[in-house]
Ligand binder design. Structure first.
Ligand SMILES: [Zn+2]
Length: 67
C-alpha cells in the first residue's frame, strides 16, 4: 500500500521538501511565491511545475558538481 505522504521512491508528494526547500503538491513543485523581481533562485522558482523527483535529481547533481 502506498504511503500517503511519500511515494515508492521516497519523494515527497504533499508538503515542504526540506532538502531542496520547496513546497510540493501531488508530487509537483509549487511556485515559491517570491516576487518576480527578486532573483531568489530557489527550487520553487527553478522547478515550478516539474516533478519533485526531477527537482531533487537536478539539485543533487548540482551538489555533486560543486555548484
Ligand atoms: Zn523563490
Amino acid at each position: 500500500m502506498e504511503n500517503p505522504i511519500k511515494n515508492s521512491l521516497g519523494n515527497l508528494r504533499n508538503g515542504y521538501d526540506y532538502d531542496i526547500q520547496c513546497w510540493v503538491r501531488e508530487g509537483l513543485v509549487l511556485p515559491c511565491g517570491h516576487r518576480l523581481s527578486m532573483d531568489c533562485r530557489c527550487a520553487g522558482r527553478k522547478y515550478a511545475g516539474r516533478t519533485i523527483a526531477y527537482a531533487r535529481k537536478k539539485e543533487s547533481e548540482k551538489i555533486i558538481e560543486g555548484g
